[in-house]
Ligand binder design. Structure first.
Ligand code: MN
Length: 245
C-alpha cells in the first residue's frame, strides 16, 4: 500500500502555483489504488476550526479529499501551527484522523514516528509559550466561536510577520536547523524507538540515517513548498522522494 507524506505548503489560495500543484497531485492519487495520505501540518497558511470561510476558500482541495476518502484512502492530519483545532471539518465531516501531538504508527511493517515538528526546537521558549496558548482549551473555544473572517484578518497579519522572519532565519541557520532536526531524532528515539521519523515545520529538507546498536534509523524532515517541491512516498517499506512540478 502506498503512503504519501506532505507538509508546509502554507497554501493561501488554490490559484497560486503551490495550490495548482497540490490539486494535480491529489487528482493523481484518485487514479491509484487507495493508500494513506499523511498531512503533517501547515498545509494551509491558515485554517482554524471548521469555519465556512476556509471550507469555501479551499473547496477544490476539499472536493478531492472527499473523493479520495470515498475511494477508500485513509487521511491523517497532524495539526501544524497554521492549521489549528481543525477537527470540526477534517475529523467530523471528512472522516480524517486528526492529531495534535506526535504519533508512532505501524506503516507497512515499519515503526514510524510522525509529528508536525514544532517541538523540535525546545530552546524556542517564546514559541513554546505561544503553542501552549494556542492549544489551550479556552483559546480553542474562542477559535471555534469567533467567525472565520476575523481569523483571516489576524492570520494575514501574523503569517506575514512569521514568514518574513522564518525565511531569513532559515537561510541563515540551515546548518543549525539541520542539527536540531537530527538531535531531536536521536533524543526521541531513546524514548520511542522507531525505524523512521518524519516531521516538517522547520522548512529545511533533511534526510539522515543513523545507527543505534547496529539498527539503521532514518530521520526525514519534509522541508517546505517554498523550495523545490518534493513529497515523500513510502511503499513496501521503501522510502522515495517524489518531485512535483
Ligand atoms: Mn509549522
Amino acid at each position: 500500500m502506498e503512503s504519501y507524506f506532505l507538509s508546509d505548503i502554507h497554501l493561501k489560495s488554490v490559484n497560486e502555483r503551490r495550490g495548482q500543484i497540490l490539486l494535480r497531485f491529489l487528482l493523481s492519487l484518485t487514479q491509484k489504488n487507495p493508500g494513506n495520505l499523511f498531512l503533517l501540518g501547515d498545509i494551509f497558511d491558515l485554517w482554524i476550526s471548521g469555519h465556512p470561510v476556509f471550507k469555501k476558500k479551499f473547496s477544490d482541495v476539499i472536493r478531492l479529499m472527499e473523493l479520495l476518502k470515498s475511494q477508500g484512502w485513509k487521511i491523517y492530519f497532524f495539526e501544524g501551527n497554521h492549521d489549528l483545532h481543525i477537527h470540526p471539518y477534517w475529523r467530523d465531516e471528512l472522516g480524517a484522523e486528526v492529531f495534535t501531538e506526535a504519533q508512532v504508527m505501524d506503516i507497512d511493517g515499519l515503526k514510524v514516528r510522525l509529528e508536525h515538528g514544532d517541538l523540535i526546537n525546545l530552546e524556542d521558549e517564546a514559541y513554546l509559550r505561544l503553542r501552549r496558548f494556542l492549544r489551550h482549551p479556552m483559546t480553542e473555544r474562542v477559535g471555534h466561536l469567533v467567525p472565520g473572517q476575523f481569523w483571516q484578518k489576524v492570520g494575514q497579519a501574523w503569517a506575514g510577520i512569521s514568514r518574513k522572519k522564518s525565511i531569513v532565519y532559515q537561510k541563515q541557520n540551515a546548518d543549525e536547523i539541520q542539527k536540531m532536526i537530527r538531535h531531536h531524532a536521536h533524543r526521541v528515539y531513546n524514548s520511542d524507538g522507531f525505524d523512521l521519523i518524519i516531521s516538517g515545520h522547520m522548512h529545511v529538507r533533511d534526510d539522515y540515517q543513523f545507527e543505534v546498536h547496529g539498527k539503521k534509523i532514518r530521520s526525514i524532515n519534509l522541508g517546505s513548498w517554498f523550495e523545490e517541491i518534493q513529497i515523500l512516498k513510502l511503499n513496501a517499506g521503501q522510502v522515495e522522494w517524489v518531485r512535483l512540478d
